[in-house]
Design a binder for this molecule. Structure first.
Ligand SMILES: Cc1cc2nc3c(=O)[nH]c(=O)nc-3n(C[C@H](O)[C@H](O)[C@H](O)COP(=O)(O)OP(=O)(O)OC[C@H]3O[C@@H](n4cnc5c(N)ncnc54)[C@H](O)[C@@H]3O)c2cc1C
Length: 326
């Protein structure tokens, strides 16, 4: 064994909602679990950022729940102070479901889920290779991790690339089905403003025309002490402007948002989500790619483009790993 090689019972690649729920479940079942993520922070698309005194959620904007198990997880997050109720929807209907958000911001949800888990950030896996009855994950810095089972939760094209790099050949039908999963892109503009926006309470607005699909006032939302807005571009705008200068695209989006911005923008940043939401989902909560050593693919591409569905996929992946071993 190389000096740099670390071992675990189960490696979970990706510390987004799917990876963290899978990891917690597997650890609860007595497995020695290690989570690896290439990002600097936990959460994947549950993402928050600060610019000076302003706070932004620039990935998932809110969390809704239909499944009792996920609702219980959110309630537990509320009791711990990591999750708060944002609103009952944005159309002002009393029967809308609760729209939750993180406290102090969305990434807090991931931090809460990761409590007690063993994880390593800034650890980008470049290849996943089957070596006898184990999996071996190699990182960009040449480190290696081996485990008897793996849960892969990056967006599907990235997961397939890791398997290709490791020389693992999937069954042709499965490969074709997975390769057909495409994602929408999303350009997100994070703008600090001199004063409040015109976005009405509770601070979120879904738009149906023009290049913008969503504007959130992060101060009204209760996550930012200073005025700031998150602007999400439509999939069409994001795709058409993906290769263009991001600052220029952001200026176009800010101009389109002018009627909702009552004050000057003092500074802004742009984040491009190449894999924002799957256009079409696989249709099963996860897929067991290899029985032994167990390999499961999971994430929102399997059950639906929502935080809740990513969690349900993670739990299903954990069950698949435990059943594969029994
Ligand atoms: C702009 C935007 C707005 C959204 N709004 C909402 C919303 O309002 N409500 C809602 O329910 N959902 C929303 N979504 C969707 C929701 O965020 C996702 O469905 C969910 O967070 C996906 O979780 P996941 O664990 O499947 O994937 P991710 O969160 O993408 O996690 C995958 C993780 O894998 C890591 N990774 C990838 N490759 C590697 C590698 N090679 N090595 C190591 N780690 C790797 C990534 O860094 C990432 O952390 C939104 C998404 C976006 C982008």
């Amino acid at each position: 064994m190389e000096a740099t090689e670390q071992t675990a019972d189960v490696l979970v690649i990706g510390a987004g909602m799917a990876g963290l729920t899978a990891a917690a479940e597997l650890q609860g079942a007595g497995r020695r679990v290690l989570v690896l993520d290439k990002g600097r922070g936990l959460g994947g698309r549950l993402a928050s950022r600060r610019i000076g005194g302003a706070t932004f959620d620039h990935g998932a904007q809110f969390i809704t729940s239909h499944h009792p198990r996920f609702t219980a997880l959110l309630e537990q997050g509320r009791r711990s102070g990591a999750v708060q109720e944002w609103s009952r929807g944005f159309a002002g209907r009393a029967d809308d479901p609760i729209h939750w958000c993180g406290q102090p911001a969305m990434s807090a949800v991931a931090k809460h889920l990761a409590l007690g888990l063993d994880y390593q950030l800034e650890t980008a896996v470049v290849a996943l290779q089957r070596v006898g009855d184990r999996w071996r994950a190699e990182t960009t810095t040449g480190r290696a991790f081996t485990a008897g089972a793996v849960v892969l939760t990056p967006p599907v094209p990235q997961s397939l690339a890791l398997l290709d790099a490791g020389g693992f050949v999937l069954a042709p039908d499965l490969r074709t089905r997975l390769a057909g999963i495409e994602y929408e892109r999303c350009l997100a503009v994070l703008a600090v403003t001199q004063g409040p926006s015109r976005v009405p309470p509770p601070g979120g607005l879904a738009l149906t025309q023009g290049p913008i699909t969503w504007i959130a006032d992060n101060q009204l939302k209760g996550i930012s002490s200073e005025p700031s807005v998150t602007i999400l571009a439509t999939p069409d705008f994001s795709r058409e402007h993906w290769e263009n200068d991001q600052q220029e695209s952001a200026r176009l989006l800010l101009a389109a948002a002018a009627e909702w911005l009552d004050a000057n923008v003092t500074t802004f940043q742009v984040h491009g989500w190449r894999y924002s939401k799957p256009k079409r989902v696989y249709g099963e909560r996860c897929v067991l790619v290899c029985q032994s050593p167990a390999l499961v693919l999971a994430g929102d591409a399997f059950s639906g483009p929502r935080v809740e569905e990513a969690a349900l996929s993670g739990w299903a992946a954990a069950t698949a790993i435990l059943e594969a071993a029994s």
